[in-house]
Ligand binder design. Structure first.
Ligand SMILES: Cc1cc2nc3c(=O)[nH]c(=O)nc-3n(C[C@H](O)[C@H](O)[C@H](O)COP(=O)(O)OP(=O)(O)OC[C@H]3O[C@@H](n4cnc5c(N)ncnc54)[C@H](O)[C@@H]3O)c2cc1C
Length: 292
């Protein structure tokens, strides 16, 4: 299908981009990589009067890694993350998760800012952001605000972004040495959106007990979720086959995925349990076949 008729602007500064959004009062849309927006325009799922192309805004494609955290500009693409060997070291969970995003063509153009703003419930980057306590820097006509990823997603394709706001960057807290972690997802074809995916990490204290457990899931609700119930079960325990089975059961009970054209909710619930078992087995280096 052809795109609807619309105007286009390619501002040179952040202030100009915000002014263009504010002037159109909800009738303008940011375009970054266009990998989600262009199909939405073609299918008439979005009908803005103006596209504000942020592709030339300076500084939005930076990747800064420091002891304080990892700052990723909104225009950082999947390919840039994948090609940055420092990031694989600095945040192995991020690198592992985004390796599942789409195909080369999409990965060359798709951006993390676009992914967060698009807020697909099965997208990897929102899941990583929520699981890892990321914070987003958002700029708009009223200034800049910092929003935790946990409060950014409001539902399927819905966020707290106001019409005149755009994501400038996302910060992931630094990855502490010695973390045990895993990421797993299942998609029917390589590069498709996942039916569900699970991320988790934790530390072992001096007694060999789990502390600071984080667990998150994508594809199980209208937004990425933290599995706090699972984290409670893990914290203070030693990794074991029994603990992993218990955590997986808790995960199954904690979610209520809806039926959709891709899978029934019951299937996704079971899938999340299986994926969490795999993730925790990998994190703890545990052979699940050891079970009695
Ligand atoms: C065939 C195919 C397969 C895919 N598979 C996956 C997958 O497996 N996993 C996955 O996560 N994604 C997948 N995607 C989506 C892809 O990752 C998109 O690139 C990404 O979701 C959006 O990034 P973009 O830069 O292309 O955003 P755009 O398409 O340009 O924009 C998407 C939305 O975000 C808004 N937006 C963009 N940037 C900003 C910003 N900085 N601030 C505020 N709003 C902004 C736009 O207004 C629009 O509403 C797939 C896409 C395709 C076409």
């Amino acid at each position: 299908m052809k795109l609807p008729s619309l105007d286009y602007t390619c501002p040179a500064t952040l202030a100009e981009a915000i002014a263009a959004l504010a002037d159109h009062n909800g009738d303008a849309k940011v375009i970054a990589g266009g990998q989600s927006l262009m199909p939405m325009l073609a299918f008439r799922l979005a009908a803005p009067k103006l596209l504000v192309d942020i592709g030339r805004l300076p500084g939005l494609d930076r990747i800064d890694i420091s002891e304080d955290g990892i700052d990723l500009g909104a225009l950082v693409t999947w390919r840039m993350i994948e090609r940055d060997a420092r990031l694989a070291q600095a945040h192995p969970l991020l690198a592992a998760a985004i390796a599942h995003v789409a195909h080369y063509q999409v990965r060359n153009r798709g951006t993390i800012g676009g992914s967060l703003a698009h807020a697909d419930p099965a997208a990897e980057m929102p899941g990583v952001a929520v699981t890892c306590d990321a914070v987003l820097t958002i700029a708009g006509a009223n200034g800049v605000r910092i929003v935790p990823a946990a409060g950014f997603f409001r539902g399927g394709l819905e966020t707290v972004l106001a019409p005149d706001e755009l994501i400038v960057s996302v910060r992931l807290p630094s990855w502490r040495r010695g973390r045990r972690w895993g990421f797993a997802e299942f998609a029917r074809r390589r590069g498709d959106f996942a039916l569900a995916g699970v991320a988790s990490y934790y530390h072992l204290d001096a007694q060999g007990e789990i502390c600071d457990a984080h667990a998150g899931v994508i594809g199980a609700a209208d937004r990425p979720l933290r599995l706090k119930e699972v984290e409670c079960v893990l914290n203070g325990q030693r990794p074991s086959v029994e603990l992993i089975r218990q955590a997986a059961d808790v995960a199954r009970s904690a979610i209520a995925p809806p039926d959709d054209i891709h899978a029934e909710g019951a299937y996704r619930r079971e899938l999340v349990g299986v994926l969490l078992e795999r993730v925790l087995a990998k994190a703890g280096d545990i052979d699940m076949s050891e079970a009695a």
